[in-house]
Design a protein around this ligand. Structure first.
Ligand SMILES: Cc1ncc(COP(=O)(O)O)c(C=O)c1O
Length: 389
């Protein structure tokens, strides 16, 4: 019996080391990692450049606070700005915190225009995190109900429904739209690029901020540094975390244009955010991503996973849909999903199931094509043992 709060149903395995797309347990048993710590270790476990940056920085300075200049933070801001076109960045420690920053920024923007009860449009099946603002923005009643009352100031609309958003524009207090360009936890739903272009046009027309939550889709995972770059729609606010530190906790809320100078001294803060150590780790991630263009591996790895799955699957009807972008792979299945993850674990393979019946694969950008093929085959092997529903 552990002294931990039982917030997680943990699998019966603990890992002691990792390298690339592989993890090892205490018996030195090797596992293929198709989850990457939930879309975090995009460069693979213990990437040497990140390990070296953390080790080196930890020997000179770990933390000072944002009361002082932090050169590593300024450097990382410049790197990310160059990579995304964003102009003003705020560093924090997680995806939820980065979304809280964006929510505050949007509300502050509204107040600046004299809107006293600003409202942010969010989507059904969205996931933005577990803190109270991010939770209110999340479109999953099951994880909200027991924590009511939810923070007000959100209007929820169906995804990919531009008419619904046009209708919502009649609401006088809208200040922003917050969405994941590729929904993750909600079932791996890439939003329709034409819908995103329509949303961008509405934002422009009504002076709303367009805010993309790329906590999961960012940092190379979707085949570009950030998914918006593949979808060709540039947001005013870009939120990220997860892969930014490749396992070292760091989040970031980036803004450009009219969103860049909304927050002023005293409006927002964090003790730990953007520490020398966190920024050294993320700096190594961003350097590696851009120097080696690792995100270009996303589509070939995705193709190998899907090829492995299709080659080995005996009953194609068990697959309802395969969707996603790059290394956010959603396989909606018509089988009972309760035991799939444990069955995969028995085959030394890590997979995830989300939204009830969607196998979610989030392999790292450094997975070899052979490993990717085997990952797909293992998923097929498991599906082959399950009766169709
Ligand atoms: C799209 C998205 N936003 C926000 C979050 C929350 O991030 P964190 O768990 O770092 O707070 C997640 C986590 O899964 C996410 O997928």
């Amino acid at each position: 019996m552990s002294a931990l709060m039982p917030t997680y149903k943990r699998l019966p395995v603990a890992f002691v080391r990792g390298r690339g797309a592989l993890l090892y347990d205490q018996h030195n048993q090797e596992y293929i990692d198709g989850v990457s710590g939930i879309a975090v270790t995009n460069l693979g476990h213990c990437h040497p450049a990140v390990t070296e940056a953390i080790s080196e920085q930890a020997q000179s300075l770990v933390h000072t606070s944002n009361l002082y200049r932090i050169p590593q933070q300024e450097l990382l801001a410049a790197q990310l700005s160059g990579m995304t076109g964003m102009e003003a960045l705020f560093f924090c420690n997680s995806g939820a915190e980065a979304n809280e920053t964006a929510i505050k920024l949007a509300r502050r923007y509204g107040h600046g225009k004299g809107i006293e009860t600003p409202t942010i449009i969010v989507l059904e099946s969205a996931f933005h995190g577990r803190t109270m603002g991010a939770l209110a923005a999340t479109g999953n009643r099951a994880i909200q109900t027991e924590f009511a009352p939810m923070l007000p100031g959100f209007l929820r609309l169906p995804r990919n429904d531009i008419e619904a958003m046009r209708e919502a524009a009649k609401h006088p207090n809208i200040v922003a739209v917050l969405l994941e360009p590729v929904q993750g936890e909600g079932g791996v739903w890439p939003l329709d690029p034409d819908y995103l272009k329509g949303v961008k046009a509405l934002c422009h027309e009504h002076d709303w901020l367009l805010m993309f939550d790329e906590v999961q889709s960012g940092n190379g995972r979707c085949g570009a540094p950030y998914a918006f770059q593949r979808l060709d729609v540039v947001p005013d606010v870009l939120i990220t975390a997860k892969g930014l530190g490749n396992g070292f906790p760091i989040g970031c809320c980036m803004a450009k244009g009219r969103a860049a100078h909304v927050l002023s001294p005293g409006d927002h803060g964090t003790t730990y955010g953007g520490s020398p150590l966190a920024c050294a780790a993320a700096g190594a991630v961003i350097n590696t991503l851009s120097a080696e263009r690792l995100y270009e591996a996303a589509e070939p790895i995705r193709a190998a996973v899907i090829a492995g799955l299709r080659d080995r699957l005996e009953t194609p009807e068990k697959i309802v849909d395969i969707r996603g972008l790059g290394l956010m792979i959603g396989i909606e299945v018509a089988v009972a999903c309760d035991t799939l993850v444990i069955e995969a674990l028995k085959r030394q393979t890590l997979i995830n199931v989300t939204a009830g019946n969607v196998i979610r694969l989030l392999p790292p950008l450094v997975m070899t094509i052979d490993q990717a093929h085997r990952l797909g085959q293992t998923v097929a092997d498991i599906l082959n043992t399950q009766p169709a529903t």
